[in-house]
Design a protein around this ligand. Structure first.
Ligand code: SIN
Ligand code: MN
Length: 218
């Protein structure tokens, strides 16, 4: 990416205490592997779909879950709001990736044992309103990996959905970890910039985001 004649410098930043943005953490090769894995999960055993909201609407992103199935606002082993199937098991390599992300962000994996991943796909016009990830019973960090189109990721505070917040640009390959005092901060994706991804990742269009979490459930 360039900014006029000069490359746009994107630097690692602690956006809030415990919230760390690491630009360009995933190699293109790693992104390709993740895109392939997500394509597999999107096919089944529970197909990727627009999650139905209790108010009658649907989310604009399409989602598939791994390990545990999330629906507003709980986790279950079976996707009772989709096809009743048990979700794909959470693979050991994804635990390792989560631990490596924590080492990168904090210098220590803290015994991280993620057991669920929410894979969100943003087609043109999709966005995500400000919310907290709070269905987990564990206070372990959330690891977020982005592939494809770049976006504005709005990272706020634990008290309200509004200000103060910081807008961070997430680009394909970026890592964002939020834990500690920021674990229950509100966050959302108000904007995705179409056709800004790199087809070399295997994603021709759209934005893919994978969040790893510890549910604290058994
Ligand atoms: C999420 O909050 O679950 C997804 C965030 C993102 O797409 O970056
Ligand atoms: Mn979230």
């Amino acid at each position: 990416m360039t900014d006029g004649l000069f490359p746009l410098r994107r630097e690692r930043a602690e956006v809030a205490p415990g919230a760390v943005h690491v630009p360009g953490w995933l190699s293109v090769e790693r992104q390709r592997e993740l895109v392939e894995a997500c394509r597999g999960w999107a096919r089944g055993p529970v197909p990727m779909r627009h999650t139905a909201l209790p108010g009658g609407g649907v989310m604009s992103v399409r989602t598939v879950c791994v390990g545990w199935h999330w629906q507003p606002y709980r986790y279950t082993r079976t996707a009772d709001d989709v096809n009743g199937a048990r979700v794909a098991r959470f693979p050991a390599w994804l635990v390792e990736l989560g631990r490596a992300a924590l080492v990168e962000a904090y210098g220590d994996d803290g015994g991280y044992a993620p057991d669920t991943a929410l894979v969100n796909f943003y087609e043109r016009g999709a966005r995500m309103g400000m919310h907290q990830d709070k269905e987990e019973r564990s206070g372990a960090p959330v690891v977020s990996l982005s592939i494809g189109d770049r976006c504005v990721f709005r990272f706020g505070n634990t008290e309200t959905r509004g200000r103060p917040y910081t807008d961070v640009e997430l680009v394909s390959g970026d890592l964002f970890v939020f834990g500690g005092p920021s674990r229950f901060a509100h966050h959302g994706v108000p904007k995705v910039y179409p056709d800004t991804g790199d087809p070399a990742t295997g994603l021709a269009a759209g934005r893919l985001n994978i969040t790893l979490r510890e549910t604290g459930l058994s």
